[in-house]
Each structure stands twice: as C-alpha cells, then as structure tokens.
Design a protein around this ligand. Structure first.
Ligand code: ZN
Length: 313
C-alpha cells in the first residue's frame, strides 16, 4: 500500500546566526519570511519559515538559528540531506551568478545532473544551496525585490546521501509512492506526486561516505506534503504495522506532522497542507510579529527576553 504524498512540503536546517540567516534568505535569495516563531522543542531559539507569498507547502525553507546555544558545527555525510535546491526560471542563472557574486557569496557551477542547469552556493552556516532552472515550473514565487524573470519559485528538490541505495529506494517506492524518474552517476532521482520541480528527491549513493553529524550548517529533515489528517494517520498506522518507528502526530500550529527515518538514516517528516500560515496573522503581514502557539503564549515575556535582536524589512 502506498500513500498519497503530494510532493515536498518544507526543508528544515540548523543554522548559526539569526541575523545572517534573515539577510541571506530575504535580502539575497528574495524569499518571504512567512513566519517568525520559536522552536517548539526549545523556545529560546527562533524558528523562521521562508517561502512564497502565502508560505505554500513546497516553497518552504525553515531554519533554527542556534548560535550561542552550545550546538557544534555539523558534518555533512551519509544519512543526511546535503543540498537543497530551489527552482528558478529558465535563463535566470546568469542573473543569479552576478547577484550572488556581487554580494560576496561563494558560487560554483553545480554538479551537473540529467539536463539541469545548476548553480551552487553556500549560506553563512555552510549549508549547500542550489538554484536549478526549471522551465516547466508554473509557480510564481515571491516577487519582492526580484522580478518574475528570476525569482525563486519554490523548492526544486533535495539531495540526500546514503551508502546503499537499495533499501531507501524500496522504502520510498513501496511506502511513500515515489517512482524512479532518472538515474545517472551515483544519483537516483525519485519523484512523488509529479516528476518536476517540488516533487523530487535525489538519492546520492556512496559506499564510502562517512556518517553525517547534526549541528550548525546541516539540514535536519525534509518534509513531504499530505492532504489530510486522515491520510496522515493511515500512513502512520501503516508504518506501525510494518514495525517501523514513527512519532506520534505533532501539532506544528501551521500543519500537523509525523517523523520517521528512511532506511539510510535520513529524517523524513510528512506534514499536512492545513491550516497554513494565515491561521494566526493576516496574509499581508506574515512574518512581522513573533507568533507563539497557545501553549507558549503564557511564557511570552520570558521567551522574548531570551531571543537575539534581529532586524529585517
Ligand atoms: Zn519540519
């Protein structure tokens, strides 16, 4: 039995400095901050959500800025997402290269894969981002300072590293409904709910890869989208029936989530589409105020006092 996974929902990373993260994601990449909240598992750390105007699932990049909290720098390796790729319009990479280089970002031509044109860069924490031209992507993205000819349209894909691809591909296919879209050079492209941007996970396989370590500058997990809470519960039950470890359903305020690891060790989340980011503030002012879930609201004064100062437009 497979489950109706719709595509990617969000990607979440541990980063270093909150202000650097805001500057990078808003000013440089042109993403919209669609929610400023706290880590629900540690309310002295921000949780930033970036995306398109509404924070549509499939456009979301989210960060926990852990500077000064004793979290070591992480190590990239097996059992981890090692690159997060965003979809940009065909022909826009020269614009991006000029923009990124003029602002001091370290840009390299991305590792070629299939027919994709790709630029790669690192964020201030050392995370690897890629911009991939996807002519067929019809999403509009957030157009604040960057026009429609170049604005990021949402997530394109993530690349994860495993040592042995067989069990991972089997799990993603038989449980989550992925299909193998393409394969080349140690890279197996898996698609779910579609075969284009926003629906893809590239499984990189390398028997000699050293195990990843979570920490600053590493992706924590990738989330896939599912339409309803009922479907999420069915998936959860199916995982339990397979004697697979899965968390209880967690209320993330803007969606509900379950978490489990695929056989290669990468942390997967499956999140619902609703209620979305306009549930606690108007669409026009998303990201302006610190929003807390009801169970954290009584601690607001303490929480605000413990968070770093930040500014952003
Ligand atoms: Zn998540």
């Amino acid at each position: 039995m497979t489950h109706p996974i719709l595509g990617l929902h969000h990607v979440t990373a541990t980063v270093d400095d909150a202000q650097d993260d805001l500057d990078f994601c808003i000013d440089l990449l042109g993403l919209r901050l669609v929610k400023k909240t706290v880590n629900f598992d540690n309310h002295h750390v921000y949780h930033f959500y970036y995306g398109d105007e509404q924070g549509t699932p499939g456009t979301l990049w989210t960060t926990f800025p852990y500077k000064g909290k004793g979290v070591p720098v992480g190590e990239h390796g097996a059992g981890q997402i090692v690159a997060t790729s965003f979809s940009v319009p065909a022909g826009s990479l020269p614009f991006w290269r000029t923009r990124l280089e003029s602002r001091g970002a370290q840009v390299v031509t991305g590792r070629a894969r299939f027919s994709d044109q790709c630029l790669a860069l690192r964020d201030p924490s050392g995370l690897v981002f890629e911009l991939i031209e996807a002519a067929e992507d019809q999403r509009t993205g957030w157009q604040s300072t960057i026009g429609p000819e170049a604005a990021i349209r949402g997530l394109h894909s993530v690349s994860m590293v495993v040592r042995t691809p067989g069990p991972t591909v089997e799990f993603m296919t038989s449980v989550l409904g992925f299909e193998v879209v393409a394969e080349a050079d140690g890279r197996i492209r898996m698609g779910v709910g579609g075969r284009g941007a926003g629906h893809l996970i590239d499984v990189l396989h390398d028997e000699r890869a050293t195990p990843a370590k979570n920490g600053l500058g590493t992706v924590h997990h990738v989330a896939m989208a599912i339409d309803s809470e009922d479907q999420q519960l069915q998936l959860r039950q199916d995982l339990l029936d397979r004697e697979w470890k899965v968390t209880e359903v967690r209320d993330r305020q803007y969606f509900k989530s379950i978490y489990f690891r695929e056989p290669g060790g990468v942390l997967f989340e499956v999140a619902t589409l609703r209620p979305g980011f306009a549930v606690d503030e108007p669409l026009r002012s998303l990201g302006r105020d610190l929003k807390l879930p009801p169970w954290e609201e009584p601690h607001r004064t303490d929480i605000e006092a413990g968070l770093p100062d930040i500014t952003y437009a």
